[in-house]
Design a protein around this ligand. Structure first.
Ligand code: NAD
Ligand code: 89V
Length: 343
């Protein structure tokens, strides 16, 4: 297969990981980058030796022949950039949160579908190797049919130093982090029919909620609790680990802190270490997330080659974004929210 020519739009905090990951993938490379901030464009371009640089996305599409574009900007720009990719018939990856509203996201999916181009949301947490390990146990049938799950992310890590915009939005933890946990719940237990949500803001210096607890009914009949917090001071800081508990008809799965996986199933109990590898360019504690960036980008390249739909396609991610919308609506009303009405 000829090497795919990609461009990256948005040269900020997280794009560095995406650029490193592209370097690790032989069959694709980033040939041009774009950021409306010339300083950020220069820093990333110099770091990765990319000479073709644009401060305007329209000029990028006009000036380059591309096999895909990797959009790593924040949510307010996602709709216009994805629609621009569709107009130019360029397959697109779009960072999470897919869009500020579900209506925007639906329009983005339609634009790409009408143009016949692939669209994947960079929803990478389900690609973390410990989460994939949990999924593999479920697929093995060892614990039988799951009837309960808990997806938990509780931390006091200072995310605001790297991502200062997270402190200023009216929405915070559900939209930024809970979105990953909700997607993991869908990945492990299937689609959701109803969600009930409670939120709190503990840190007085931020605008949005930093604690959320969500109770979900899955269409499979399973119940799950998705809980996340950036106000939880623990003896050992677990950031950015997602902890998982699943109870099934024949056993249990526990993914505990420090990537310890305990499976009690039909054949007894097995304990294993499912720590993610530390890639040469990665740094703790982010290595878990960094490895998943390579995994999702490899998946994108494989999907383009085989013309198959990515696991976290735009269409799939509407169901995760709907959970975010429903969680905020339910937190405001205090009532359970039905998902099918939103989709
Ligand atoms: P950032 O603000 O550091 O970087 C965004 C960059 O995009 C900025 O340099 C900005 O100038 C540029 N930009 C914005 N609009 C543009 C436009 N229309 N054209 C060209 N450039 C434009 O943000 P970040 O922290 O890197 O986050 C980017 C996205 O990545 C967010 O959506 C965030 O939620 C997501 N993110 C994902 C993960 C993950 O694990 N998947 C982790 C962190 C951040
Ligand atoms: O993955 C993210 O979106 C990040 C972080 C893990 C720090 O919340 O914002």
């Amino acid at each position: 297969m000829a090497e795919l020519r990609g461009a990256l739009i948005g040269c900020g905090f997280f794009a560095v990981n995406q650029m490193h990951a592209w370097r690790d993938i032989d069959s694709a490379s980033i040939v041009a980058i774009c950021d409306r901030d010339p300083e950020r464009l220069k820093v990333l371009g110099d770091q990765f030796g990319i000479e073709r640089r644009y401060t305007d996305a329209a000029a990028l599409f006009a000036g380059e022949s591309l096999d895909f574009v990797d959009i790593a900007t924040t949510a307010p720009s996602h709709r216009s950039l994805v629609e621009m990719a569709a107009q130019n018939r360029v397959p697109a990856i779009c960072q999470k949160p897919f869009a500020p509203t579900l209506a925007d996201a639906k329009a983005m999916v339609k634009a790409c579908s009408d143009a016949g181009v692939a669209l994947m949301v960079h929803e990478n947490f389900r690609w973390q190797s410990p989460i994939q390990a949990v999924r593999a146990v479920l697929d093995s049938g060892d614990i039988g049919t799951p009837f309960f799950g808990r997806i938990s992310f509780r931390s006091a890590y200072d995310v605001f130093s790297g991502q200062p915009y997270l402190a200023t939005g009216k929405r915070f933890i559900i939209e930024d982090l809970g979105i990953h946990s909700l997607d993991i719940a869908r990945f492990l237990l299937g689609d959701v029919s109803t969600i009930t949500t409670r939120t709190a803001r503990i840190n007085p210096n931020i605008a949005g909620e930093d604690v959320a607890t969500m109770l979900m009914d899955h269409k499979s009949g399973a119940t799950s609790v998705v809980d996340c917090s950036y106000a939880t001071k623990l003896a050992a800081e677990p950031f950015p680990q997602t902890l998982v508990e699943i109870d099934g008809s024949d056993g249990t799965i526990r993914l505990e802190q420090d990537y310890r996986l305990t499976v009690t199933g039909r054949n007894g109990t097995a304990v294993s270490d499912v720590s993610p590898p530390l890639l040469p360019w990665a740094s703790r504690p982010w290595h878990n997330i960094q490895e998943s960036v390579v995994a999702i980008q490899k998946h994108w390249v494989a999907c383009l080659a085989s013309k198959t739909e990515p696991a976290t396609s735009g269409a799939d991610n509407l169901k995760t974004l709907a959970l975010v919308e429903a969680a905020y609506a339910g937190a405001a009303s205090g009532e359970p929210v039905q998902l099918d009405a939103l989709l």
